[in-house]
Design a protein around this ligand. Sequence first.
Ligand code: C2G
Length: 492
Amino acid sequence: MYKIGVLGAGTWGMALARMLANAGNEVRVWSALEREVEEFSKTRRHPNLPKMIIPDEIIFTKNIEDVCTDVDIILCAVPSPFVRSTIASARPFIKDGQIIVDVAKGIEANTLFTMTQVIMSEINKDGSHGNVKLVALSGPTHAEEVSLDMPTTIVSACHDMNAAELVQDIFMNTCMRVYTNVDILGVELCGAMKNIIALASGISAGLGYGDNAKAALITRGMSEITRLGLKMGCMEQTFSGLAGIGDLIVTATSMHSRNNKAGYLIGSGMTPEEAKKEVGMVVEGINALPAAMRLMRHYHVEMPLTYAINAVINEGADAGETVRKLMERGKKSEIDKSVSTLDFESSLLKSKKDTGMRRVMTYGGFDLLHYGHINLLRRAKALGDYLIVGLSTDEFRAKEKGEPCFFDYQKRKELLLSTRYVDLVIPEDSWSQKIPNIKEYHIDVLVMGDHWRGKFDYLRNYGVDVIYLPRTPEVSTTMIKEEVKQGENVPD
Ligand code: C2G
């Protein structure tokens, strides 16, 4: 069994804490609200989940260190606006390499970071948490139903499939079926944006419209979220999966959903403030709107529903009038043109700079690609969402290392691109190209093995995080060559 530290005693955090404790795990729960800690510890009840009994084995604490040290998993279950500050308080107690599972759904308005990117950027401020593994756990999961052990499915998403599969093992049981996905950005984008469409669905119902309008909102809402996601480099299957359409259906059709409920109250005539007060819990769809509007503009994606909801929630537009305008829009085809050229990809890279999407760069020869290289590439990719490798050319390698690589540049490039981590390979033919590369590709993080420690610190002056990761000590290209040579010399 596992030791789980839970940050946040809200509805979702407590439903999961109960499930994990009942599965035999050791579960400790921290809350910033002392009264919650005392009340839940004593009553073993949660006000938002009246039918749920909190297992006696769950330990509550107001000391954040208690849930961050000596645990296999930290579960971040605080509302999205409090993720950054909570991680800042927890950082001193979190060891490098820790697996953190995020269930908060949202996008940070000023950075446009998803929640796992917020966690990574906050926890690695000290540069000594480069190996923390972040897993997003997201899907069609009403806490109320999970708290009653009703059958549920969810997605465990991480660049590192090992981490995603460990979380799958921990959270899987006869009532919770967990699927893995490597597209963490797509999973998190869906989790944040679907709350906005759920608001729309609630507003529609509040205006007295029926299932036809609800189906239209769900379908066209998923279509615009998918358009945005593809422009951000996500995988299309994610949007037709559990974290995508699955979560949107469950959120937009159920009165369990706060977003749907808040939307209904607004459609019925309440102001957003009155509706939020009436719902009494965090309405993530309203929190996600500022970021959604910025993403829409940065990626030049047409998202009429998101635009319309923002007008109603943040600009005082009349809901009924807004629906009429939506219905009177120009004619459209359902089939978007698809774009996939490299020119688009480099223009996407250029536009990504302001949207907080993190681009990582590393350099090397990567000859006779081995697991030491893969360990480096995997950890480098986990620091962002797009990994570029500056691959030493044959000439550069011969000049700098005195001997050519075993595989030529094309073969080494092909091998790198066949891995799950590398998104783009460019030639490295001079030591001085790192600064122009950083500017041209809007690099946020430079990653190198720690035998280079200190050598590239000067790049920090160009706004780049420079992170040195421990080499995999027992393997190297030179060692492989020598062992093969010795093997050749061994008499039959
Ligand atoms: N690496 C590692 N563990 C190993 C071997 C290599 O982590 N056992 C890392 C290195 O630290 C480097 C990357 O994998 O970050 C590529 O390694 P090499 O091909 O040996 O590249 P290097 O000689 O470090 O050249 O401009 C910088 C140079 O191109 C880097």
